[in-house]
Design a protein around this ligand. Structure first.
Ligand SMILES: [Cu+2]
Length: 425
């Protein structure tokens, strides 16, 4: 991780004492940046009240400094480059080097001070979705504060009244700034670490983009016809897997900042919804599910005990959301015998391909010519062949004996003898 202040100090050391002095005198806390899209290890709290940190899929947690009893964070709103999956990068707007921005973690009762520096070409604000705070800290440009002009730093201060799972995003030119990827998670841990305790606590934001094949910048006026369905601005096979130790109590917190609902389905388990962005769900009000529908502008936290080892698919149940760009404009050809026609077309277009008349599974294996910076419509290879997925798909990998803090992908599951579906003979 790079730190702008450390960088300044480093160059200051070369340039002389005056530079160091100026950096030391700065009242702003350092603003670390992250350039990698890899899942970073959970950030164990170095000070303040103890808690069990979350793991942000393909993301990271923002470090802070303690100052006079305040937890101080520094967010920088800025253009960023994000790898959506290997083979495709997007030019987005985000915070501290990435989209989504870093997860902010603190504890119920904490007083937080968040500095927001605007390095975008237009004004912005930050709204703290779901957090109970003074009206003037709510971040609605024009309504509760002036917009933050480019080049300026504003400061937000509030005390965390309750624990829970919240989000942050601009409330300024919102259609554009959210379509460009400006959003992040805000987790407030309970003051009592034994309350709602889990062993593994994952978070990600459900987001979506409309990026033409070959292009880098999202189309910001798109209302519903998005073509890249992402978790934390990553599409399968770019979404990290969720490694879990057998027997762990697992929580997955998912916030939906797209323009449609997402029924998120987990294989192999039933689970309960234990929290929304409104708070924790009392045990008497929970019921079992295998799919949690996440409404627009909402968060759902699901929990289960991982007692069944295996590779368990975890995905949005809208099948078009487990597909990448290119998959949304193709005609249905099932049952159409267009071989005769194809022969005539090939005389005009030599590399014309007949496809789709038996379904589209062939495309999972086919190496189609694609424009640069474009993901295949369905892709990914598993131990038994092509997985034929894209978009909002990953795998929960439950294994015996993983170390407590080990979040590395453990590879494919080795099925016990005689437990895999097989050809009848
Ligand atoms: Cu979906």
């Amino acid at each position: 991780m790079l730190s702008r202040r450390n960088f300044l100090n480093a160059s200051g050391a070369i340039l002389g004492a005056s530079m160091v002095g100026r950096a030391e005198a700065a009242t702003l806390p350092e603003a670390p940046i992250q350039t990698s899209a890899a899942t970073q290890p959970p950030l164990a709290p170095p000070d303040g009240r103890p808690y069990n940190p979350v793991v942000t899929l393909n993301g990271w947690t923002l470090p802070w400094r303690m100052r006079d009893g305040w937890k101080e964070f520094h967010l920088i709103a800025e253009p960023v480059e994000r790898e959506i999956a290997p083979g495709m990068k997007a030019h987005l707007w985000g915070y501290n080097g990435q989209s989504p921005g870093p997860t902010i973690e603190c504890v119920e009762g904490d007083r937080v001070r968040i500095f927001v520096t605007n390095k975008l070409p237009e004004h912005t604000t930050i709204h703290w979705h779901g957090i109970l705070l003074p009206s003037g800290m709510d971040g609605v440009g024009g309504l509760t504060q002036p917009q933050i002009p480019p080049g300026k730093t504003y400061v937000y201060e509030f005390q965390m009244k309750k624990s829970g799972t919240f989000m942050y995003h601009p409330h300024a030119d919102e259609m554009v700034q959210m379509a460009m990827g400006m959003m992040g998670f805000f987790v407030v841990h309970p003051r009592d670490p034994s309350f709602m305790r889990v062993d593994r606590d994952f978070v990600f934001i459900i987001n979506a983009y409309d990026i033409d094949p070959g292009a880098y910048v999202p189309k910001v006026a798109t209302m519903t016809e998005f073509n890249l369905w992402t978790w934390n601005s990553r599409a399968f096979p770019g979404i990290a897997t969720l490694p879990v130790r057998r027997g762990d109590r697992v929580r997955i917190r998912m916030g939906n900042l797209t323009m449609t609902n997402h029924p998120i389905h987990l294989h192999g388990y039933d689970f309960t919804v234990t929290g929304t962005d409104g708070g924790w769900v009392p045990p008497s009000a929970r019921w079992p599910e295998v799919t949690a529908d996440i409404p627009v502008g909402a968060m759902r936290a699901i929990e289960f005990t991982a007692n069944e080892p295996g590779d368990w698919a975890f995905h949005c149940h809208k099948s078009h959301h487990t597909m990448n760009a290119m998959g949304h404009d193709v005609p249905t050809m099932i049952g159409v015998d267009h071989r005769g026609l194809a022969k005539r077309i090939v005389s005009l277009v030599p590399d014309y391909m007949v496809m789709g008349e038996r379904g589209m599974a062939d495309m999972g294996a086919m190496e189609m010519p694609l424009p640069d910076n474009t993901l295949p419509m369905m892709t990914g290879k598993g131990p038994f062949g092509p997985i034929e997925m894209g978009g909002m798909f990953t795998v929960v990998k439950v294994r015996e004996g993983l170390a407590r803090n080990d979040f590395r992908d453990p590879g494919w599951y080795r099925h016990p003898e005689g437990t895999v579906a097989r050809e009848w003979s």
